[in-house]
Design a protein around this ligand. Structure first.
Ligand code: PGA
Length: 259
């Protein structure tokens, strides 16, 4: 089953400035626009304060009116609005032109102690407001060594399925991001990633077979221009969620070309 349109997503994390983010967006939008049709979906996830500037650059570059590069945020609040200092709501992200939002990135699960339950509530909030949630799951190195990979990713996915149900995955995207591969240069082998992707797709199929066939499952963790093609050649790897390599327009475009 390979007619799922691929996605290449760039997670810019807490890097850059207003100027560098705008320049990066401009370089990407100009090139993908020139390259024309047949491309994967391209999404960038800048830090919150850069969203509006990046949106404007992307809109300017896209004369046809639809963005060749879509915009996403790195997180959202579970709350609708109100006294939640520092939080950013789904509606605010929609206002900034976001179509996507990351939920459950390991840097938030680990660094900010986001629980499976909180991640599930964020997923629900995003989907409920018409944002496309990109749900990240992945095991740590000790968990992989203890052969607990399947248990961990199924637990993380299971919490969302339990709260939201399989139908809420209709527009969602999944990302398998082994924690030990993020920012380390140690990419999972294509076979290791494929194995987990099959498992995740199978788990979705238990609640909704049609959605399981269509859902895009991205791999993330030290993806670069050199290893992308082999990863994307796997039948259940539908693209990549790219961190470090997405900060360099040339390298990110090499990954897009690998699709
Ligand atoms: P990396 O990050 O590509 O730098 O490993 C991936 C991610 O955290 O999404």
């Amino acid at each position: 089953m390979t007619d799922r349109r691929r996605i290449v997503a760039g997670n810019w994390k807490m890097h850059g400035s207003l100027v560098s983010a705008s320049e990066l967006a401009g370089a990407l939008a100009a090139t993908t626009h020139e390259a024309g049709r047949g491309l994967p979906e391209v999404i960038v996830f800048p830090p919150f304060p850069h969203l509006d500037a990046v949106r404007r650059v992307l809109e300017e570059a896209e004369s046809a009116g639809t963005l060749a590069v879509q915009l996403g945020a790195q997180d959202l609040s579970i709350h609708e609005q109100g006294a939640h200092t520092g939080e950013v709501s789904a509606d605010m992200l929609l206002d900034c032109g976001c179509s996507h939002v990351l939920v459950g990135h390991s840097e938030r699960r680990t660094g900010l102690r986001e629980s499976d339950e909180l991640v599930a509530r964020k997923f629900h909030r995003a989907a409920d407001h018409g944002l496309i949630p990109v749900l990240c799951v992945g095991e740590t190195l000790p968990e992989r060594r203890a052969e607990r990979t399947a248990e961990v990713v199924l637990r993380q996915l299971g919490a969302v399925l339990e709260l939201c149900g399989g139908n809420m995955f209709e527009r969602a995207v999944l990302a398998y991001e082994p924690v030990w591969a993020i920012g380390t240069g140690h990419t999972a082998t294509p076979e290791q990633a494929q194995q987990v992707h099959t498992l995740l797709r199978g788990e979705i199929a238990r609640t909704n077979a049609k959605i399981a066939v269509g859902i895009r499952i991205l791999y993330g963790g030290s993806v670069n221009g050199a290893n992308a093609a082999a990863l994307f050649a796997q039948p259940d790897i539908d693209g990549g969620l790219v961190g470090g390599a997405s900060l360099d327009a040339k390298e990110f475009l090499r990954i897009i070309a690998a699709v």
